[in-house]
Design a protein around this ligand. Structure first.
Ligand SMILES: C[S@@+](CC[C@H](N)C(=O)[O-])C[C@H]1O[C@@H](n2cnc3c(N)ncnc32)[C@H](O)[C@@H]1O
Length: 253
């Protein structure tokens, strides 16, 4: 019990690798924000990162894979209500609407420019979509409003105290919270991953943000502590591989 209480008190200072992270792993993290999180970066640079994310999602078919993971969780729900948090470009929501004939999707982001861009595109007039400005740490929706909330490639943007709020809020407004994010590899492999990305970082904003994302992604141990801090009644199912995305499925007891 004292162990859990310690976790609760210290969550803001938890290393991204978790309380049990190795010394090397603790060095492989940063407080430096990504371009997407900065107010002093011009919109064109941020847009370049968002468009690159959408392009890779289409080219490598991750939008399709992530939509399949989400829809598998909704196999027993006839007309699912889905909330996409941190949608950025809306590629995942578009895929969900395409792959499920009766799903209703709220496409959201905390970034006003992204919300405006999404609303101005095809999703803005899709009859089963609603575009909204939503902060994943403070969701303006009643308990149980959705069957599923999904937060893809965004969770690492949040420092631990806020990330823990996503577990609390996501499992409050939705029956299931699905987080898909980068895996945090063992420290030596992580070093290798960073080394391969570093040379391109000064030239490509997408790679610059990719390196920071890598340093900020959470380990399975950290994810368990974040969920426990949010509410000990939250149960987690974690799936991850060295190179495949980390899948987190959270529900309340
Ligand atoms: C790396 S992008 C991911 C975009 C998209 N989900 C994807 O898979 O490509 C991260 C997104 O998370 C959003 N974000 C950051 N903090 C957030 C928060 N507190 N609530 C909702 N979205 C947030 C950013 O505005 C950004 O659009």
């Amino acid at each position: 019990m004292a162990y859990m209480a310690g976790h609760t008190a210290d969550i803001a200072r938890m290393p991204r690798g978790g309380f049990d992270a190795s010394c090397l792993d603790r060095l492989l993290e940063t407080d430096r924000p990504e371009y997407l999180d900065r107010d002093d970066v011009d919109d064109a640079t941020k847009r370049q990162v968002i468009e690159a994310l959408d392009w890779t999602g289409r080219f490598f078919k991750t939008h399709e894979r992530f939509a399949a993971i989400a829809l598998e969780l909704l196999a027993d729900v006839a007309d699912p209500r889905i909330l996409e948090l941190g949608a950025g470009h809306g590629g995942l929501s578009r895929q969900l609407l395409q792959d499920h004939p009766s799903a209703h999707v709220t496409v959201s982001d905390v970034d006003a420019d992204s919300v405006a861009q999404i609303a101005a595109g095809d999703l803005g007039s899709h009859r089963r979509a609603r575009v909204a400005h939503v902060d994943a740490t403070e969701i303006d929706a009643a308990d149980g409003s959705y069957d599923l909330a999904v937060f893809a490639l965004s969770f690492h943007h949040l420092p631990p105290a806020q990330a823990s709020r996503v577990f609390a809020e996501g499992t409050r407004v939705a029956d299931t919270l699905l987080i898909i994010d980068l895996p945090r590899p063992p420290a030596p492999l992580h070093l290798l991953r960073l080394a391969t990305m570093l040379p391109a970082a000064p030239f490509l904003p997408f790679v610059h943000d990719g390196i920071i994302s890598s340093l900020r992604c959470y380990s399975p141990s950290a994810l368990r502590s974040l969920a426990r801090h949010a509410d000990p009644a939250i149960t987690l199912e974690l799936r991850s591989g060295l190179y495949s995305p980390q899948i987190v499925i959270a529900r309340r007891g």
